[in-house]
Write a protein of this length. Structure first.
Lengths: 290, 720
């Protein structure tokens, strides 16, 4: 029983896009999710029905550039490469360090983490509070989509079959003044899938809150973020009052609806998510004050 | 390398093959005319099989089931309650019903999906609590023992007590997570069936095969292949797989390979018994213990397997390392329709030590005495009776070991520092906890004399090469190395020149199973004696063979019916101190410092011992706070290592350990058992440390972040 697997590995992005335009392919960057998703039982190779197209080696997708205060990260930069890159902000490095273990970090890519769209994707809460924008390219040209629109549900993304995610743009991330916190709660310190993820972002002018953002991971089908709740804090002064903190926490309490599964319980996830939020509001605004 | 001091480390015998990745494990093996086997398993927890409909099998594909078993349809362990292939009743989800064999695994998996079965489902028992409620119903209590002072006299003491404290404590599953999942190959030959695989107990398997195949001693042969970890998980479970491949090989006249992948292994193989322990303790005015009653309930799973023996060890350790003035214990193994539970490093003792250390710790809080001070008041001493009217006849170094750790950890100062830290830090809380424990070495009671009857052989070839001929498995724990060292030293030979090939029942006598921390102490001693004998008879250039049989040193005879006498020939001892930092927002526990002192008679190899300490303690600590396995309506929920969560190198800190010398006359060079001991103190110490950090009490392990958050949340709720 010979099985034929069609796989493409072009030298240039252009050729890759042109092939993608001809046929629907399974895109493999690091492969750390694709291989697990298509895993067969022992002794049988993974079953990927579509032709495979490798993009992990494409130099066009492996650059990190600064553009004003924006940061452009090539989608196929591996986590290990990002950890070594001086332009990558510390909170993102902190998030990356919590991902799996060195072997996976040597293969896995930031673009892969986004396109895999796991509810527990480790970098996603942070990318959401950074207001990450995604550059998608096809033979027809480029388009830019905010991450919160791109990810639509569990493992569901708004990518056309002929498109490749080429760049992650973090707008104004290199600007001074913002305080960003990332927390991953897993069952152990490596090779763990998040039970709760949290990212908080705050920028103040003097004692006035100019911008504040929160995102929660692993407590719903996608990251939970609410512009409406965030807006309530704009223009307030720090330290945020206990009453305002209570209001924000209560508002998130209404929209965070986690589930019980083999890794944790709904009540735990919710309690911890709100604990981290409360802690961020209490402490980060204090730090800013000093 | 000639050995001056037996403890000095040498390169492990299997080092090169393992480090280079060259060593072939069973799943790497391919033999001529080999097919694969896959198991069709019960989809329900309890019910009757009405009919089975097989798909059309392509040529070369066959189904093997109960009708192919020549002997009786059970796996010989202790009781005849475990079918090789269930053909009438199924008792748990995942119970093997039949095997499909053929060349291509892909086709086999497809065929497996096409098997249809009609079942009559019956009301299953899913949890230990349900089983406890039904323990008088027929078949639910699978084993039970009771011993100690009469309940009448205990009750008289309780009447004079100032207060009676009752506590209930629960322990969870633990999964072995050996690196190499279970695997077994049945090699078909015209005149014999050879079973080769990952295993701890060659003769358990051989005896099971003789029964299942209803054949003679020479018709089956068992060979151990390199074994990537056992921890007890490869004690009795491989006997079932061996029966599967042997029955199938005989039926299809081909060699049959059965290897589990990780998720299958996690869902269907034995686990550590979940347990419930109940304590009822009478205290006087000052908080001193007057009497204690302990009840132990073990979740046996769907069949009894080794559970009765596990219960014995759980009960024998139910008073911990303490001399309790008046003591009574009773225990049960109860049946549930869940995956059978079985042997796991510690064998019932980890549950008991977690429970008793927790209970004594809580009593100390009531008495307002530091837990360690309180525990030391009750510590057994040399010459004291055991709870079964045996005797602690050898010197006990616990006080020295405790003092040493008090100094090493700066215990008193730490406690004060942590108090200040905890007052100042809202989010993180630090704590320190201790555990005191022992482990009875070797089989319980007269097991060695009555059941095992170990025999060892040394063979010397014409060119003076000496080989160990014993049935014990090196599963990574290092006995290739330690036992070879003992023989080399006795014979004054370089260690490298003493051979210890993977055992094959055609070549080796039954020196017993590789379990119960018995190998170094019992088999090692026999080898030491055999080597002495060979040395005395040594003739250069002549082929020679010596054997040595187990000799029982009679102490206070063990009576299993009354549970009296010396339960073990000797005890190994340990003290653990653990420091943690708890994140009160997430409930995550971070180990900060781990100190461990042990006394195992004499260390045979420093590095091998350190391997046992670091691995055993990591496994024991994780049992207390990290590893979590649950069953939902008879189905194991955690099917991957990630979801189950054993510790990684990022979770464990450097373990600062010391081993104290206290040579034991009946062990080689004074050595006693060490392998299981190292696990036992981890969970109770980590629990005590978490309790110290949070100033609260827990009644269960593992104390997961979920448990911690619930406890903190409830506390707030009560206050509010």
């Amino acid at each position: 029983m010979e099985e034929t697997i069609i796989a493409y590995r072009f030298d240039r992005l252009e050729e890759t896009l042109s092939q993608l335009n001809k046929a629907n392919c399974a895109i493999v960057a690091g492969g750390t999710d694709v291989m697990v998703m298509h895993k067969s039982r022992r002794g049988v190779p993974p079953k990927i029905t579509k032709p495979i197209i490798f993009i992990d080696h494409l130099l066009e997708l492996k650059q990190v550039n600064q553009n004003g205060n924006d940061l452009h990260i090539g989608a196929c930069c591996t986590y290990s490469e990002l950890l070594r890159d001086p332009l990558i902000p510390m909170p993102l490095k902190k998030a990356i360090k919590t991902i799996a273990a060195p072997a996976i970090r040597n293969r896995g890519t930031l673009g892969g983490n986004i396109c895999n769209a796991s509810p527990a994707g480790d970098t996603l809460p942070l990318l959401y509070v950074y207001n990450a924008k995604l550059l998608l390219r096809s033979v027809n040209g480029d388009r830019i989509v905010p991450i919160c629109e791109f990810i639509q549900g569990v493992r569901r993304v708004q990518r056309e079959p002929n498109e490749i995610l080429t760049e992650i743009i973090l707008p104004s991330v290199l600007e001074e003044g913002a305080h960003v916190v990332f927390e991953k709660v897993g069952n152990r310190n490596a090779d763990a899938i998040a039970k709760v993820g949290f990212a908080g972002y705050i920028r103040t002018k003097g004692a006035v809150i100019e911008d504040v953002r929160f995102a929660f991971g692993a407590v719903g089908p996608t990251m939970i973020r609410s512009n409406e709740i965030e807006k309530k804090l704009l223009g307030k002064t720090i330290p945020v009052t206990d009453m305002d903190i209570a209001k924000v926490v209560a508002a998130f309490d209404k929209i965070i609806k986690p589930i019980d599964d083999q890794r944790s319980t709904a009540i735990y996830r919710k309690t911890v998510a709100l604990n981290l939020l409360r802690y961020f509001l209490t402490n980060s605004t204090h730090i800013q004050h000093i | 390398m000639n050995l001056k001091n037996i403890s000095t480390s040498v390169p492990k015998k299997d080092h090169k093959g393992k480090v280079s990745g060259q060593l072939a494990y069973i799943s790497d093996v391919k033999v001529e005319n080999m097919v694969y086997g896959v198991l069709y398993r019960s989809p329900i927890a309890y019910g009757k099989i009405k009919s089975i409909q097989l798909p059309d099998l392509p040529e070369g594909y066959e189904a093997v089931g109960a009708e192919h078993i020549t002997g009786p349809n059970y796996v010989k362990i202790i009781k005849e309650d475990q079918p090789i292939f269930a053909n009438e009743w199924v008792n748990y989800i995942g119970e093997p019903i039949l095997m499909l064999v053929g060349k291509d695994l892909d086709i086999l998996y497809r065929l497996l999906d096409e098997v249809k079965m009609e079942l009559e489902e019956h009301q299953a028992i899913f949890t230990l609590d349900e089983a406890i409620k039904q323990k008088s119903s027929p078949g639910v209590t699978m084993a039970s023992y009771e011993f100690g002072e009469s309940l009448e006299s205990i009750s008289a003491i309780e009447q004079g007590a100032c207060q009676i404290i009752e506590e209930e404590y629960n322990t969870g599953y633990q999964e072995h997570v050996y690196l190499e999942p279970q695997g077994m190959l049945g090699i078909y030959k015209e005149d014999e069936i050879v079973v080769q695989g990952s295993m701890q107990c060659l003769y358990y398997i051989k005896n099971a095969l003789i029964t299942a195949l209803a054949c003679g001693d020479d018709d089956v042969r068992v060979v151990q292949s390199p074994t990537g970890g056992g921890f007890g998980g490869k004690e009795e479970f491989p006997s079932m797989m061996a029966c599967h491949v042997a029955v199938a090989a005989k039926a299809v006249k081909k060699s049959v390979m059965l290897v589990f992948d990780r998720s299958e292994d996690m869902v269907v193989t034995t686990k550590r018994h979940p347990a419930k322990l109940k304590y009822r303790t009478a205290l006087d005015k000052e908080g001193n213990i007057m009497s204690m009653c302990v009840e132990v309930f073990l979740d046996g799973g769907a069949n009894v397997g080794l559970s009765s023996v596990v219960l014995q060890r759980a009960l024998l350790n139910s008073a911990g390392v303490y001399k309790i003035p008046h003591f009574h214990a009773k225990g049960y193994v109860l049946k549930t329709n869940t995956v059978p539970n079985g042997a796991f490093r510690g064998f019932g003792a980890p549950q008991s030590f977690a429970g008793i250390e927790s209970h004594i710790g809580h009593l100390s809080k009531r008495a307002n005495i530091d837990p360690l001070d309180y525990k030391r008041k009750y510590l057994v001493q040399q010459g004291d009776p055991t709870i079964t009217k045996g005797n602690f006849r050898d010197p006990i170094l616990m006080e020295d070991m405790i003092e040493d750790l008090l100094n090493a950890s700066n215990y008193k100062k730490k406690k004060a520092e942590f108090q200040t830290f905890n007052q100042q830090n809202q989010r993180y809380k630090k704590g320190i906890g201790t555990s005191l424990f022992l482990h009875g070495c070797g089989f319980t009671g007269s097991g060695e004399r009555d059941h095992i009857k170990a025999k060892v052989k040394l063979y010397k070839s014409k060119d003076n090469q000496v080989s160990l001929k014993i049935s014990n498995s090196d599963m990574g724990q290092g006995i290739f190395t330690t036992l070879s060292k003992i023989v080399a030293k006795e014979l004054d030979l370089p260690y490298e020149e003493v051979l210890y090939p993977y055992p094959d029942t055609k070549e080796v006598p039954d020196s017993g199973p590789t379990v119960a921390s018995r190998t170094t102490m019992i088999v090692g001693k026999l080898l030491e004696r055999a080597a002495k004998k060979l040395k005395a008879q040594w003739l250069t250039g002549v082929e020679q063979e010596v054997t040595e049989d187990y000799v029982h040193r009679e102490m206070i005879p063990w009576d299993e019916k009354t549970f009296t006498g010396d339960a073990y020939p000797a005890y190994s001892w340990g003290v653990n101190f653990v420091e943690v930092e708890v994140d009160t927002l997430t409930g995550n526990v971070k180990l900060e410092k781990v100190y461990a002192n042990y006394e195992v008679g004499k260390v045979i190899d420093d590095r091998v011992m350190k391997g046992q300490i670091d691995g055993g303690l990591a496994q024991g600590l994780a049992y207390g706070y990290l590893e979590k396995m649950t069953s939902k309506e008879g189905r194991i929920q955690q099917k991957s290592i990630t979801d189950y969560g054993p510790p990684t190198s990022m979770d464990v800190v450097t373990i600062q350990s010391k081993v104290f010398d206290n040579p034991y006359a009946d062990g080689p060079y004074g050595a006693k058992g060490a392998g299981e001991l190292t696990l036992i103190g981890g969970a109770p110490a980590v629990q005590a440390a978490i309790e110290d950090a949070l100033q609260t009490s827990f009644q269960q392990i593992p104390i997961t972040p979920e448990v911690i958050i619930e406890s903190l949340w409830m506390k707030e709720g009560e206050e509010g």
